[in-house]
Write a protein that binds this ligand. Sequence first.
Ligand code: ADP
Length: 411
Amino acid sequence: MTATASRVLVLNSGSSSVKYQLLDMHNTESKSGSAAGRLAVGLVERIGEETSRLAHTPLGTGGAKRETEGPIADHTAALKAVAAELAADGLGLDSPELAAIGHRVVHGGLKFSAPTVIDDEVLAEIERLVPVAPLHNPANITGIRTARALRPDLPQVAVFDTAFHTTMPEYAARYAIDVETADAHRIRRYGFHGTSHAYVSRKTAELLGKAPEDVNVIVLHLGNGASASAVAGGRCVDTSMGLTPLEGLVMGTRSGDIDPAVTFHLKRVAGMDEDEVDVLLNKKSGLIGLCGDNDMREIGRRIDEGDAQAKLAFDIYIHRLKKYIGAYSAVLGRVDAVAFTAGVGENAAPVRAAAIAGLEEMGMAVDASLNAVRGDEPRLISPEYARVAVAVVPTDEELEIAQQTYALVSA
Ligand code: ADP
């Protein structure tokens, strides 16, 4: 990397999509606002179909969003199309300004507890983790291979969703099942959304004017996927997702916690096979299974119209959330802050109000007028008298990946 190179391209490769952002790391800290340092953002979707779509916004030049539709055969073609869009803005992948590419990798197992420069051995290890992350790691690997082929000389860094959770004590990470079976098949609780939990817990400490080491935070990452974590002094001590992202909170389409015997029952009594049960619990459960909608905005509208099914789905969602707030309060002993983040956490004031309602004895309360304020900045929504700060802290996984990547390659 040259001394002046200060740009990082962040790639989040899914099975049929690639999300990307190009950031200038010299500018991300110096300005406030979520657009700070962002030169370009974009998304390629429906890769492999006739109707692929690329949406690219050159934020750095203030240019308008450009959208192109037409078949993009595979990830190589997708990344080439992204590179062409960036080059059109003078931000090509061949620029000496580009310091590194940071890849979001979902599963890092036990081996990767920190961002890691990718070489052949690291890539092989990410491949060895495919059996525990069959839906996610293969797409991440394709993205890495494609980017390495385009710029073999450039440092490429893997930032793992699981890394922040590797500090969980063994008693929180292990399931209470036969140890030999668990170890033979690497069955344990890994947790996900770690990049978000790390970023949000640190930002929450900042909001309180304290060092992360001095603060205990419960982070509630409520997007379409949702997870909670207990962060003690900057280190994760428990999180709600497990071997896979299915465990824990009620999500948009996932059941979250469930008696595992339900799965045997579905096989024995309903005649479903593993794949059908998998689809049922991951894609047809949670909010969508309960009421037919997984968007909290639509559920809110239906509740306002007196829809009892939508209200029950909301109540089940909130009940689970409350259970985790209670459990993690006990795990942490002392809670300084509860932080809401991601699509639902950042936008759905009724969810925040309902999740904290009735927890005054635990020192938690929400001020209705503060809760109604919308914005992109971290903010407190608890009244001054409350012992525990309740906060809305917008997450920024791309910035966190870029910062971790840049810190590693410029060290
Ligand atoms: P993911 O990254 O897991 O796909 P996001 O963090 O983008 O999810 O969250 C998406 C969810 O956020 C949507 O499904 C919707 O339920 C919720 N959401 C987004 N905007 C709002 C809003 N204004 N009010 C309520 N819920 C919202």
